[in-house]
Design a protein around this ligand. Sequence first.
Ligand code: AMP
Length: 138
Amino acid sequence: MERTLSIIKPDAVEKGHIGDILKIFETNNLKIVAMKMVHLSTQEAEQFYAIHKERPFFRDLIDFITSGRVVVSVLEGENAVAKNRELMGATNPQEAAPGTIRAEFADSIDANAVHGSDSLENAKIEVEFFFNNQLAAL
Ligand code: AMP
């Protein structure tokens, strides 16, 4: 059993796709074990995405993720990290396989509907970031 962190980004929240995306997780054996809706501050977003701070797209990434509310959830299941990434599809929606979340709901590489942890190690860090003092209860 693994746990991974998912974020439904402002574009998908704004377009009313929260339910569609959560349904995809649930029908693919990813159980939602924690969830909240938040509007990240610039400082929180910069901390969350610190790993990308030298990348040319960093500013755009921060501007976008702070542009509206997001839904953050912890997904649990067998191979949850890889399974979630498979369901999300490629970062660039134009390269995302048909049937994936990004192929279906994303508009661009910035407005790409979802974030998912890229490794088990980062999943632990990201779950801790959003659900730090509730971990014991999960
Ligand atoms: P992560 O999801 O943690 O890999 O965060 C990177 C995010 O930055 C992606 O999900 C994209 O929304 C955004 N992004 C914008 N431009 C790029 C790019 N050239 N390569 C990778 N990610 C990009």
